[in-house]
Design a protein around this ligand. Structure first.
Ligand code: PGA
Length: 251
């Protein structure tokens, strides 16, 4: 039985004071929920303050990105050691905004995935196709390429811990979510590739989320699909009411 998983990706939003207010509200609203893994991923600058607020609660901390090296001359980057030291358990890797806006390629993302494991962080790996790739019928090809290139060096035991987020890029921040059957189709395909790359135990153990315009009013349509284990939430994770409603909608 896979545990449900709801993560909020705050992206480049929230000053520290705003971050503290948001997470204080979440701690209050979500206390007592123990059947879903709840993760918040604030910007780097707010990680430490948010960690202080969630300490001892049922909310875990994730970062939105990292570099794969531990330290050195990499101006502007953040290392896995720093994230671990601050109390992060998770790190989002390969988000489509990192790939699309900042030019991250599969070989770099693969190094980050390996480095996350080397430092005791669990990667939330995002995969997904653009609208033009979908229209060209390339969705499966794109997603398969990302999975095979970025997860190929992991052991089966490591792979079982990875959280994958299927995020069709055309659904991110657009208000236009995929239908639950679109999401199910690709997520079932992801499980098939994992079975081929690893084995059936891995296929059945990995948690796979849907992401892209998830809102309180559509979360239940995704959660009713047995193969979808939760959601990676962007815009709707920025308010106490909407993120709490999504978590509760996943119970
Ligand atoms: P969205 O973002 O919920 O605002 O569409 C999702 C994401 O980018 O993870």
């Amino acid at each position: 039985m896979r545990r449900k998983f709801i993560a909020g990706n705050w992206k480049m939003n929230k000053t520290n004071q705003e971050a503290i207010e948001l997470v204080e509200g979440l701690v209050k609203e979500l206390s007592g929920i123990d059947s879903v893994d709840i993760v918040v991923c604030p910007p780097f600058t707010a990680l430490s303050d948010v960690k202080d607020v969630i300490d001892g609660s049922n909310i875990a901390l994730g970062a939105q990105n990292m570099y794969f090296k531990e330290k050195g001359a990499f101006t502007g980057e953040i290392s896995p050691l720093m994230l671990k030291d601050i109390g992060c358990e998770y790190v989002i890797l390969g988000h489509s905004e990192r790939r699309g806006i900042f030019g991250e390629k599969s070989d770099l993302i693969e190094k980050k995935v390996i480095s996350a494991f080397d430092h005791g962080l669990t990667p939330i790996l995002c995969v997904g196709e653009t609208l033009s790739e979908r229209e060209a019928g390339d969705t499966f090809k794109v997603v398969e390429g990302e999975l095979r290139n970025e997860l190929k060096s992991l052991s089966k035991e490591q792979m079982k811990k990875v959280v994958i987020a299927y995020e069709p890029i055309w659904a991110i921040g657009t208000g236009k979510s995929a239908t639950s059957s679109d999401a199910k189709e690709v997520i079932d395909f992801i499980r098939k590739i994992l079975a081929d790359m690893f084995d059936d135990n891995v296929k059945d153990a990995v948690r796979i989320l849907y992401g892209g315009s998830v809102k309180p009013d559509n979360i239940s349509s995704f959660m009713k699909e047995e193969t979808i284990d939760g959601a990676l939430v962007g815009g709707a994770s920025l308010k106490v009411d909407s993120f709490s409603a999504i978590v509760k909608g996943a119970l």
